[in-house]
Design a protein around this ligand. Structure first.
Ligand code: FMN
Length: 175
């Protein structure tokens, strides 16, 4: 079997939000494709284009995500997708997203998509009692319930098509 033009969608997801976005991206791709959680992802050498998704943990990638990005993306064409509980336009978001890009600074990052993903009820309960008052305040303000919703998943599919177009893949229904 030829590996030509294969596309991988791979993701890290604890509570399922980033996985939902990964699926929306995967379904928007009509080229030969695969979808795998990061811990099961095969060598990236085989792929021309890799969509990689992560949740924001502590204002950036968690150590596993950071190590993965640092060690596996050199010279690769990648598109990042990221979910977080804060609203998309939260002032801290650009800095949080930048940390993922910095960890993949030897890759060619084609584009980045990010959207809100519901804060799991366990995490919400834990941070309501956090010693840091700012974190407690953050839990009170949380408005991420039900995210990523259908409109965000649609945006994720649109993002996938945009990336494919940038990479000169034929994209259906984009004229
Ligand atoms: C340990 C931990 C730390 C988190 N830190 C942040 C954060 O700094 N900023 C934020 O917006 N969301 C934060 N979140 C929320 C997640 O990024 C968000 O709910 C995400 O959609 C989870 O994705 P998943 O369901 O794929 O695991 C955190 C969640 C966990 C579990």
């Amino acid at each position: 079997m030829s590996n030509e033009n294969r596309i991988l969608v791979t993701y890290q997801s604890q509570s399922g939000n980033t996985k939902k976005v990964a699926k929306a991206i995967y379904e928007a791709i009509s080229e030969p494709k695969e979808i795998k959680p990061i811990q099961e992802a095969p060598s990236l050498k085989e792929y021309d284009l890799i969509f990689m998704g992560f949740p924001v943990h502590g204002s950036g990638p968690n150590p596993k995500a950071r190590t993965y990005l640092e060690n596996n993306t050199k010279g690769k064409q990648i598109a990042l997708f990221i979910t977080h509980a804060a609203p998309e336009d939260a002032p801290e978001m650009p800095e949080s997203i930048q940390k993922f890009c910095d960890a993949a600074n030897e890759a060619n990052i084609i584009d980045v998509f990010h959207c809100q993903g519901q804060l799991s009820s366990i995490v919400k309960t834990v941070i309501r009692f956090a010693p840091d008052p700012q974190i407690r305040e953050w839990a009170k303000k949380d408005n991420s319930k039900g995210q990523p919703d259908a409109s965000r998943l649609e945006k994720a599919a649109f993002f996938a098509k945009r990336v494919l177009e940038k990479q000169n893949y034929p994209v259906q229904g984009s004229e």
